[in-house]
Design a protein around this ligand. Structure first.
Ligand code: TXA
Ligand code: MG
Length: 362
């Protein structure tokens, strides 16, 4: 298990994948090996969903707790019945509208899918990705592919092949490198086995879009800021750290102007404490931090949450690579993709949310 594997990076055209390269990757999956491949959301770490040994290898390779279930990917609706049973009409409606795409449905698991895929649960999470490389690989192997994000557990999900290598080089056989992913945040996960369909993880499909198909869909964030207005409500152990950079992440929320003032003050103070400070900011706000010896990484235009989402994990990793101690970032509007962006930022902070009120900026 600890043997170092010579990880092959196969560069592949994202729009028109070379069948020869797909065949090489598919042969590895069929032989029970692990292949990292691009999806439209993030890179996945794939194995044959029917091969329990290969699934065990996913868990050990990622250092993933055995209690965390994995999503199974399919290339055609006909495959849904191979992995799930008692499929409700809502599943068909959602699939019709959003597949292929960044939506994952939790359904009753078919007995032929090994329980380990779902961490022993009676359910199974399924999605049909839209990335041509993912679809080509799925079609070539002919079986569903179980694939979590191709990062080490709790690290930001990989949106490029380089990110995959940062975490998993020497531990997996192949990375299909098709360049950066287009969404950059993981899929929306909806549980259809509960009485009321429930969003378990906001993601690439907006909650508002799901509501158009299932008006009753429920979303209960499992995390809300603990102590509004407290400077930094840290509660170690209360929140599972996830999607997190190695650096400490401070998340500021509130009205834009006071938030920017507080971020600048905080950055200046941390610098005097000899901390290496990184800032993730929309393009329009980068200049605001000029003159502070901090590393500012642009997330793209604040008028386009698609850009912010696409660059979020990459930005965290870039600042980690540069050895930052602390990363400052502000929250965005929680509409549309903004909800997934907020969720990822919140989980990465372990509760270090700093609510800035109007008065504190006076
Ligand atoms: O966009 C994505 O979903 C990416 C790409 C590779 O498809 N995959 C991904 O997988 O993000 P992962 O393992 O990093 O996240 C899977 C999420 C976890 O939050 C897990 O708890 C949830 O889906 N999940 C998986 N199976 C489940 C099940 N049977 N019941 C409830 N939640 C489940
Ligand atoms: Mg993940």
């Amino acid at each position: 298990m600890d043997d170092v594997i010579d990880t092959q990076v196969l560069r592949i055209n994202p729009a028109d994948p070379d069948p020869q390269l797909i065949r090489i990757a598919a042969e590895h999956v069929v032989r029970g090996r692990l292949v990292a491949f691009p999806t439209e959301t993030v890179y996945g770490l794939g194995a044959n969903a029917f091969d329990a040994d290969a699934i065990r290898l996913i868990f050990s390779t990622k250092n993933r707790p055995a209690s965390d279930p994995i999503i199974v990917h399919i290339a055609a609706l006909a495959q849904l019945a191979e992995v799930a049973r008692a499929i409700p009409d809502t599943a068909r409606l959602l699939a019709q509208r959003f597949w292929p795409g960044p939506l994952t449905l939790v359904l009753q698991r078919h007995h032929q899918v090994p329980a380990i895929v779902s961490a022993g649960l009676a359910t199974i999470a399924v999605r049909m990705p839209s990335h041509p490389v993912a679809l080509a690989l799925l079609r070539e192997v002919g079986v569903p592919i179980a694939a979590p994000s191709a990062n080490t557990f709790a690290r930001p999900s990989p949106t490029t092949a380089r990110h995959v290598l940062e975490d998993l080089q020497g531990r997996i056989d192949i990375v299909l490198d098709a360049g950066p992913t287009t969404i950059g945040l993981e899929s929306t996960v909806i549980d259809l086995t509960q009485e009321v369909p429930t969003v378990l993880r906001p993601g690439g499909i907006a909650l508002e879009a799901v509501r158009e198909i299932i008006p009753a869909v429920r979303y209960k964030p499992s995390h809300t800021p603990l102590e509004p207005t407290s400077p930094a409500s840290v509660s170690p152990g209360m929140l599972a750290k996830h999607y997190a950079p190695r650096a400490e992440l401070l998340l500021f929320t509130g009205s834009l102007e006071p938030v920017l003032v507080r971020m600048r003050e905080t950055a200046e103070r941390l610098v005097t404490e000899h901390k290496k400070v990184g800032i993730l900011a929309p393009e329009e706000e980068c200049a605001y931090f000029a003159g502070i010896p901090a590393l500012v990484v642009s997330l793209g235009s604040r008028t386009d949450l698609g850009q912010i989402g696409r660059h979020l994990f990459a930005g965290m990793r870039e600042l980690d690579q540069s050895g930052m101690d602390t990363i400052l970032v502000r929250g965005f509007d929680q509409q549309g993709l903004g909800l997934a962006i907020w969720d990822r930022l919140f989980r990465a902070t372990e509760g270090r949310v700093i609510e800035v009120d109007q008065h504190s900026a006076d």
